[in-house]
Design a protein around this ligand. Structure first.
Ligand SMILES: [Zn+2]
Length: 83
């Protein structure tokens, strides 16, 4: 499904938070290898390699969440059903 369809959804168990956008992301930082854990499965992501970035807004504050793949976003939103 198009990534834009996740906009406006809330993560499972956190109705105060809303997805602002989901984008394919690659961080370019010469000389640095930055890693983050996938918010859903905990897999370590190297941010210079392509992954998915979710901008989440919670009570007026925007934060960034990193995901290894779209199925992890669906699980995090509580949407594991196939369509
Ligand atoms: Zn994951």
């Amino acid at each position: 499904m198009p990534l834009s369809e996740y906009t406006g959804q809330s993560p499972l168990g956190n109705e105060d938070a809303t997805v602002v956008r989901v984008v394919p992301h690659r961080l370019w930082q010469p000389g640095q290898t930055r890693t983050e854990a996938c918010t859903n499965c905990g897999e370590e992501l190297v941010l210079s390699e392509e992954h998915l970035l979710v901008v989440l807004e919670e009570r007026g504050t925007r934060t960034r969440r990193y995901f290894s793949e779209e199925s992890c976003i669906r699980a995090w939103l509580g949407e594991e059903k196939q369509d």
